[in-house]
Every structure is written in C-alpha cells, then in structure tokens.
Design a protein around this ligand. Structure first.
Ligand code: ADP
Ligand code: MG
Length: 731
C-alpha cells in the first residue's frame, strides 16, 4: 500500500450512542466546583465570614479557619471520588501547571492509610518547581517557588475515565514575594483599578465600594483529524504546518462562517460544553469560523480573575476532549498558511459592586458623565501605553497573524463608532450644548443628555473597539492567556483614572460647576488622545502611513514588541500601581523572548528533518523516474518511425529541469538556514530574536515555496504528508 493510501484511509470518526433526553444544564452546572454555596453549607458561619473577608482583600484566614475549610473541601472532593489534590496555576510559560499529591497518609500503628488534607496544605504548596524559567529572578540555589491558594476562584475537580483530582487555583510566587506567574499580577491589577476607580467615582458623588474588571474571551480554534495530524511532525511538534501547498478551495466561498455545524464537530462541542458546565464555565456561543474546520466558543463574561481561569480550563478541556473524538484541537494562531488564523477577542469592561457596568451609557446625564469619563480614561490609557497592548499579543504564533489582512494590524488604535465619535468630538470642541436634537434623545437636561446606545456600528478591523457596552481587544492570539492583557488594561486605565481625577480636582478649585469642569478636563484629554482614535479600515495601506504621521508605533516583530516591558514609562506605571516591579517586568521580557527563540528554533529543526527525511527522499525518487523517462524518450526520438510532437522532448526535459531546480534550491536554502542558525547563536538574546524574525523566518518561507511547488507537481501517491485539501476538507 502506498503511503498516500495509508494517509487517506486513516480518518476515524467515533460513533456515539445517542442520548435521547439530555439533562437540563441547570441540573449539573458547577457540580465539579467547590462553590461558595457548597462551602457555606459545610463550614461554620464564623469561618465563612473570615473567608469572605480574606477574599475581599482582608487578612489571610487563620490556621484554624484554613483547617476547617480544608476539611470541608476534602470531604466534598472525596464524596465525588477525588483521590488527589493539586495546586493549579498559570506559569509564565505554557498554559497551566499542576503537581498532584495524594490525600493518603500512613497510619503508624496499622500501616494502613487515611485521607488527610490540612489548612496549611490548602493554603500553601511547595512544588519545588525549580525547573520553571525565572527570567533571572531566582538563582538556582534558591530556585524554589511556592504556590498559594487564590481564594477568589473556586477549587474544582478534573476527571478522566479512571480518576479525579481536586485542583486548587493558586498563584506562584518566590520566597521573596516576586510573582512567577500570570495570575498574581492580574490580582494586583484588580486591586489597582478598584482603588483608582472607586476614588474617581467618589468625586462624582458615587458611593460605589468596589470596582472590578470583567472579561469575556472569544476562543477560536481548528479541529483536525488526529490520525492526519500524527502524520505531520510539524503539527505535532510546532502546532502549525511548516509546509503545505494551498488547497484549490480555501475560504473563498465564505461557506464555512456560521454554516451548519458538522455532526462530528457538534458531538465534540456537546462533549466540551458538558464538561465546561460541570466546571462552572458558562460557555454560551459556539459557531463555525471563517476558515475550513475553524470554530469558536465564547462564554458569558465573568469577573476577570475567574474568566482567566475558566478560559485556561476550557482550552485544556477542548484539547483533551478532541482526542476522545479522534481529532486534535489546534490552538495555534496560524496552523495553516493562506486561510485565516485563530485569535482570542478579549472583551473587557468594569463593573461596580452592584453589578452595574461602568461602560454602559446610563439613563441620566450624571450617569452618562461617568460613562464618558471612564471611556476617555480608556482611550487616554491606550494612547499612552498602546505599545504594552501590542506586547501582550506578542508571540511566535501570533506574529503570523498581526498585520495580515485577517487580524488587526500591529498598530494599536481605538474605534469608538459613529455616534460616540460625534459626542467625543463635541466634548473636545467644547460645543456640547449646541448638539443637535437627533444626536441626543433628551436635550432638555443640562450638560450631557441621555443618548441611545450605538449597537449598529461595527468595525472588525480595529484592534481595540468599543462595542456597545465593553471594549474588545482583537489582537490577542488563540493560544494566549488573557491574564496579561487584562493586567495591562487594568493598570494603564487605573493610571489614567488617577491623572484625570487629579486634574478634575485641581480644576474644581477655580470652578463651581462640576459638570462643565469635567467636560473641560475631558476635552483636554480627548485632544491629547486624538491620534489613537481611528474609525477607518485598519487593513488599508494608507493607515500604515497615516499612523506613522500620528506617531503611533507599528511593531511587527515579537522581539521589538516585547521591549515595551522594559521601557521606563512601563516600569513607572506598573510600579506606581504595585502591579509589577522592574525585576518582574525584566523577567517577563527575558522569559518571553527566550520562548520566542526556542519556538522558532524548534520550527527550524522540524522543517529540516521533514525536508531531509520525507520530502527530499520522495522528490529524489520522482526525479529518478523522470530522468529514466527522459532518457528513454531521448532514445526513442532517434527512432525515425515514431512521430513525436515537436517540443515533446524539450517539454519532458522542462519537467526534469524544474523538479531538479526545486530540489536544488531546497537543499541550498536549507544549508543557508543552517548557517544562519549558527550565526544567530552567536548573538545576544535581543539581537538573536530580531534576527530570527528578519532572517530565519524568511529563509524558512523560502524553503517552503520550493517544497510547495514540488507538492503541486509530484505524483499524489508519492507525497509523504497529508495535504491541505485533505486536512481542511475531509472530516
Ligand atoms: P460579539 O458580537 O463581539 O461576538 P457578544 O455580545 O457576542 O459580541 O460578546 C462577545 C463576548 O463579550 C461574550 O463573551 C460576552 O459575554 C462578552 N461581554 C459582553 N459584555 C461584557 C462586559 N460588560 N464585560 C466583558 N465582556 C463582556
Ligand atoms: Mg466579538
């Protein structure tokens, strides 16, 4: 059997037994989480009160209270069949980390065991995780970090066929208190935005006690048959195809987006949703995306710390569930060239303790004044720190998306929509009271009248768009953790809130009219932030030159984008709000730069191996066939009794020449790639990462062009890899 037959016969859908009447979701939603109500039922009132206090930022619970909660948690977990527990956290590399410990303790007298779990084990874990990169924070001799329970996110149970584990959401921190994860900075940024927002709102006479950010991440992904993925070293090792000629049919017909979901995929989606619901993850939307075999899940938004945990858990569930359906869930940003890649839209807003969305235009002029102030704070923050948002989306995978005409460009700008733009322009010019009746619903009230929420306006090309009641950051990649993005937005918005509050306060010394003072200050801030506002088509070439004129950075490479974490204004804003110190920022920069280099390095090695061991051997074999045929034809052409079309011999010769040229250039470029890699290894970290972008990646693309040309011309049965038209169109 040829390898091609083997490839096309590999597809293996799973048959499922039909469930006649699935149980209502409400009957099992959250059964795998140790929810607050479950906890409350199992512990004393006093302990619950202490826990809530801690959760809201008060003192850590006492050892006795911790013991009581640990006991309850253990009892809850044991009744559900858990045999082990693990602190679960967001490391700086990879998605999540866990280290399981069993509940068992040996009873000295009997040598039997009992299940035990103490408060100290609940609160503190010592995973001896010294192999995690620390970016220079810890020397190896003091490399141990510890995990600490994050009480703001409920413990949960993960299950596989043969067992269950209790997972305790945690932060990961060094003994000197340095954040070694992505969650602790997020929690610190929540405290920062809470403080700044509450103070700002106080100025407006609001008695709001707490403000927190909300997040709804829309998760895009590809589902590909597992057997085929396994036949491609590139998909298995790098998550993307390093070679592959485009399928004649791609996404030209727009027949995938929102199309009818295939049965195989829908079975998978039900499976994922069931598990997600049991974990209390409110997955709500699911649909086909633009590229063939591309899909999306979106949850109902939650508090950001919970949304971040839930998105990571969902990604984990998605990957594991896919294998049960003989498919692989690809979370890479660009698994296939020539069709859309996958992003993760981060919807972000702020809510107060009563659940009011601060980015919801209100019913009264006073509420609208708060809404507009917060809105201007966000715009002002992006104007000052857009480079940080770009850095949040920086990574080897996303580098293939940003700037391409399918994802927002690497220039960070803000879209507000037609109506808000009009209002913002009026405030800027100070002519608010001359607004026309149709711009506002009720002009009778002083200052800012009620206005209708603009829900019609859509600009899919903007990286940071106001979409009715929230901002939507569209540049993040599908494989990324939302925590860093939210941490950045929270921190820079908190900073702008402080600046605006101080300005309003100082202006109020000279004016008695609060409303017009606020509008005057907002006008100045809008003027300052004007360059970042852009309503046009972000994919257009004109925008690149226009943005340059406006002084907005356009950072295409990961290495350059990550540098934003090290500049003085970044360090200042993060230290001012106690979110990240200079040491912590530098560590992140080092770790993420290193990750980029390692990722590209693995891609180079994988490409070399595939070319040398699969593609070239097949090509040589075909080359021999063609050479033999050519020789035969040449001999036959001497035979005067055979009439050959004029040019027939030359034509066959051309096939041989083209094939030989592609083989030659693949080899030549591969040798050059090897030399470039050698050159890269002699550079310092930042130079090396830049070199990977400027020289190594184009060289890989060069090799790919010749490989893809071979794929188009070589006999189907000789091609050693599953093709795009198979990966993307057969299921
Ligand atoms: P779209 O048209 O952009 O898909 P949706 O209304 O479907 O918009 O929302 C997309 C995501 O935004 C969902 O996950 C939703 O829960 C989330 N979202 C809605 N409101 C907010 C908010 N106030 N804060 C954060 N996320 C929100
Ligand atoms: Mg959206």
């Amino acid at each position: 059997m040829s390898s091609r037959n083997d490839i096309t016969q590999k597809i293996e859908p799973v048959a499922f037994k039909k469930i006649e009447t699935p149980a209502p979701v409400s009957s099992y939603y959250g059964v795998n989480t140790f929810s607050e109500s479950a906890m409350r039922e199992m512990i004393s009132k006093e302990t619950f009160k202490a826990f809530k206090k801690w959760q809201e930022g008060g003192a850590v619970i006492s050892a006795a209270h911790a013991d009581e909660i640990a006991d309850a948690m253990k009892a809850w977990a044991l009744t559900r069949g858990a045999t082990a527990y693990s602190h679960w956290f967001h490391p700086l590399t990879g998605l999540t980390a866990e280290k399981h410990d069993s509940f068992i303790n040996i009873v000295p007298d009997t040598q039997g065991v009992i299940e035990k779990f103490t408060g100290s084990k609940l609160i503190l874990g010592e995973p001896d995780a010294s192999s995690f990169p620390s970016g220079g924070i810890r020397a190896t001799f003091e490399a141990r970090g510890y995990t600490a329970w994050d009480p703001s996110s409920p413990a949960f149970i993960t299950e596989v066929a043969l067992g269950k584990t209790l997972c305790i959401p945690s932060i990961f921190i060094s003994y000197t208190g340095v954040a070694l994860d992505k969650k602790l900075p997020l929690l610190r940024s929540e405290a920062a935005v809470n403080k700044s927002a509450v103070e700002l709102l106080k100025l407006f006479g609001s008695g709001v006690k707490q403000v927190y950010s909300t997040c709804g991440p829309e998760q895009e992904f590809f589902l590909i048959d597992e057997a085929w993925c396994k036949k491609r070293a590139d998909l298995m090792l790098t998550g993307r195809t390093l070679v592959g000629a485009p399928s004649p049919k791609g996404q030209q017909l727009d027949d995938q987006y929102f199309g009818s979901i295939k049965e195989r995929v829908l079975n998978y989606m039900y499976d994922v949703c069931n598990e997600a619901f049991k974990l209390g993850i409110p997955v709500s939307t699911r649909h086909n995306e633009t590229a063939p075999h591309q899909y999306e899940f979106a949850p109902i938004f939650e508090r950001s710390n919970l949304a971040a945990d839930h998105n990571l858990l969902l990604m984990d569930v998605m990957k594991k569930a896919a294998l049960r359906h003989n498919m692989m869930c690809l979370l890479h940003e660009k698994p296939f060239a020539g069709v859309n890649g996958s992003g993760k839209h981060v919807n972000w807003s702020l809510s107060d303790d009563l659940g009011n969305n601060l980015l919801n235009p209100g019913d009264t002029p006073e509420e609208n004044l708060i809404f507009l102030t917060i809105l201007v704070c966000v715009v002002h923050a992006i104007m000052r720190h857009g480079d940080l948002l770009r850095a949040a989306a920086a990574g080897a995978g996303n580098e293939h998306r940003l700037g391409a005409n399918e994802a927002p460009p690497a220039i960070m700008s803000v879209f507000l929509g037609e109506q808000l733009t009009k209002i913002v322009n009026m405030i800027e010019s100070g002519k608010i009271e001359k607004a026309k009746k149709q711009d506002f619903v009720d002009l009778g009230v002083k200052l800012l009248p009620k206005f209708i929420r603009d829900t019609t306006d859509r600009n899919r090309t903007s990286p940071f768009a106001f979409t009715g009641t929230k901002f939507e950051f569209r540049a993040l990649g599908s494989s990324m953790n939302v925590s860093t993005t939210v941490t950045i937005i929270n921190t820079i918005v908190a900073d702008s809130m402080d600046i605006i509050r101080k300005r309003i306060k100082s202006e109020l010394k000279n004016s008695k009219n609060f409303g017009s003072t606020v509008l005057k200050v907002l006008s100045a801030f809008i003027k300052e932030s004007k360059p970042v506002l852009f309503e046009g088509n972000n994919y257009c070439d004109d925008w690149v030159s226009e943005a340059k004129k406006r002084g907005l950075p356009n950072t295409a490479s990961t290495a350059e984008a990550l540098r934003a974490f090290t500049v003085p204004k970044t360090i200042e804003v993060f230290e001012r709000h106690k979110v990240l110190s200079k040491v912590e920022l530098t560590a992140r920069y080092n770790i993420w730069l290193d990750l980029y280099e390692k990722t590209v390095d693995i891609e180079v090695r994988t490409l070399s191996e595939m070319v040398n061991t699969q593609i070239l051997p097949s090509a040589y074999s075909y080359q021999s066939d063609i050479a033999a045929g050519l020789e035969l034809l040449r001999d036959l052409s001497d035979d005067m009794t055979i009439k050959m079309a004029e040019g027939a011999l030359e034509d066959r010769q051309e096939v041989f020449e083209n094939l030989t040229a592609d083989i030659f250039y693949i080899r030549k470029n591969l040798k050059e790639l090897d030399a470039l890699l050698g050159k890269a290894n002699a550079l310092d970290q930042q130079e090396k990462a830049s070199f990977f972008y400027s020289d190594i990646r184009p060289q890989m693309a060069h090799i790919r062009r010749h490989v893809d040309a071979l794929e188009y011309t070589m006999p189907d049965e000789l091609w050693p890899l599953p093709k795009y038209r198979e990966l993307l169109f057969i299921s």
